[in-house]
Design a protein around this ligand. Structure first.
Ligand code: GLU
Length: 509
């Protein structure tokens, strides 16, 4: 017999478009995708939008953008089509209508005509008598005449599953073992609503069957629905897919389930939504690596791995069912690592949209910019997020006059006074005019020699130039920055800074 690993799996990610994609949902999609790729099967995207009241029109685009960002391209689904479509449940109404009739005809389901008021009254009575609350199956055993009369009354109806009154239902979860439920506790749940839409339970079973899903890999919160789904598969006489319920992700404090919005714990912000991570400057490579290890483990000895390595090794049977909190610091660390190891030309492309937005520049120009190409290697080691580059590079994309020196004392190197700093800036300006070629190595050699000749420590000697050029005390490497700017721009900044400092120390020009 072939093992599951060798049989191509058909798996699905089946989000309800009710809100923005969060990290837990993305992890579910990722594990489905990994298993499809591992087995050479298909990854299907199915949109479960039968709950019209909770529908959020922004949600679908956000979902697709999040999946594509992580590189989880679906083989079948919206925008793609496929042999088992449509893949949006609201477009499958006729299919559900056909199957619900089939179930009614076979005696496994029945119409219930109770009004909301009747159901409320039923619950009140149960409460008063101290009985378990739920549907009392009152329309299940009515006579054909009673049924005909209710139907003729024009009352709206729902369709309920006729759950066996006795016995137990046992469902197996691949990583959790058997789950057993007394049938008597499942109170004929609604399969079809009066608005003509199926409930989640009915649609999910019909679709998983018709789409030939082999493995249902979904969040732990659905585990309590599994026995009901099993009863539905049995009523239809269909084979149930393998079930794998993924552990919930806990919030950073490790206490509750992770929130669907960002939270602040002990003064630190923890993001939750996928688009927030995208906007914060995380790389999909880092997120992929990180999320693959949430509930599964590539190798306890190896923290960093490629997509291909993960695909080769991933197996649903190795998923750990224990819930855990997200190790956020690891994600940041991984992100910095992937940034450092990225080809600088590629990093330029990734930084361009962020810098464009943060600095108000043109993205297409930044993608082509030779200046940015030279700067990227200078900041590559110093950023963990793509959003962290702008204040290290902003100085390079403005005119000399835009650099301001609101606190000219910053131009004075450690251990020096204002007059000394002015004369260092003047001597430096002279050097900048004459140095040939205007390149990092020659610039550095000349400035070092000048510092030595003046008997000033290099750190103190270089400091005024750093501030002159960038307006900041912390900047990318000084002489590389000068080379990027070129002679004229560098000189203009040094002259402006000199003037600002002179003004401050009150010296005459
Ligand atoms: N539509 C459900 C959700 O929003 C999918 C549950 C399942 O995968 O069966 O999570």
């Amino acid at each position: 017999m072939m093992s599951d690993t060798q049989r191509p799996a058909r798996v699905r990610f089946a989000p309800s478009p009710t809100g923005f994609l969060h990290l837990g949902g993305l992890r579910t999609a990722l594990f489905n995708w990994l298993y499809a790729r591992h087995t050479g099967g298909q990854f299907i995207l199915r949109i479960e939008d039968t709950d019209q009241k909770r529908y959020n029109p922004e949600s679908l685009e956000d979902l697709k953008a999040g999946l594509r960002w992580l590189g989880l391209e679906w083989d079948e689904g919206p925008d793609k089509g496929g042999p088992y479509g449509p893949y949006i449940q609201s477009e499958r109404q006729e299919i559900y209508a056909h199957y619900i009739e089939q179930l009614i005809a076979a005696g496994h389901a029945y119409r219930c005509y109770c009004t909301a008021e009747e159901l409320d009254a039923m619950r009140e009575e149960q409460k008063a008598k101290g009985l378990p609350q739920g549907y009392d199956r009152r329309h299940r055993f009515i006579s054909a005449d009673e049924r005909a009369a209710l139907e003729a009354s024009g009352r709206p109806s729902v369709v309920r599953l006729a759950v066996p009154l006795e016995g137990t239902t046992v469902v197996n979860d691949l990583i959790r073992g058997d789950i057993e439920v007394e049938n008597s506790t499942i109170l004929d749940p609604v399969l079809f609503k009066s608005d003509g839409m199926p409930t989640y339970h009915f649609a999910v079973v019909v679709d998983d069957h018709l789409m030939e899903i082999t493995h249902v890999i979904r969040g732990e919160e659905w585990i309590s629905s599994a026995p009901l789904h099993k009863l539905l598969y049995e009523a239809f006489g269909w084979q149930m897919p393998v079930l794998v319920h993924l552990p919930v992700i806990l919030d950073p404090s490790g206490k509750g389930k992770m929130s669907k919005r960002k939270v602040v714990v002990a003064g630190k912000e923890y993001l939750a939504l996928v688009h927030e991570f995208m906007e914060a400057g995380y790389l999909p490579e880092a997120m992929f690596n990180f999320l693959t290890n949430v509930g599964w483990n590539y190798d306890p000895e190896q923290e960093v791995f490629t997509r291909e390595q993960a695909i080769a090794r991933f197996d649903v049977k190795d998923i750990n069912p224990t819930s855990a909190a997200l190790p956020y610091p690891k994600l940041e660390w991984l992100n910095g690592l992937y940034i450092r190891e990225m080809d600088p030309a590629e990093l330029q492309q990734r930084l361009a949209p962020f810098l464009a937005k943060q600095l108000g520049l043109d993205e297409a120009e930044l993608r082509q910019s030779p200046r940015l190409a030279k700067l990227v290697p200078l900041v590559q080691e110093r950023i963990k997020l793509l959003t962290e580059a702008w204040d290290k590079l902003d100085w390079a994309f403005v005119e000399a006059d835009a650099i301001r020196y609101p606190d000219p004392t910053l131009l004075i190197g450690k251990g020096l006074d204002g007059a000394q700093a002015v004369s260092i800036l003047r001597a430096g300006a002279a050097l900048l005019r004459s140095v040939e070629p205007f390149e990092t190595a020659t610039l550095e050699a000349e400035f070092r020699a000048a510092a030595e000749a003046a008997g000033v420590k290099v750190g103190s000697y270089f400091a005024p130039f750093r501030v002159a050029i960038t307006g900041r005390t912390v900047s990318p490497p000084l002489f590389e920055s000068m080379e990027v700017l070129g002679r004229a721009e560098t000189l203009a900044r040094v002259e402006n800074a000199t003037a600002a400092l002179q003004n401050h120390v009150g010296e005459k020009v």
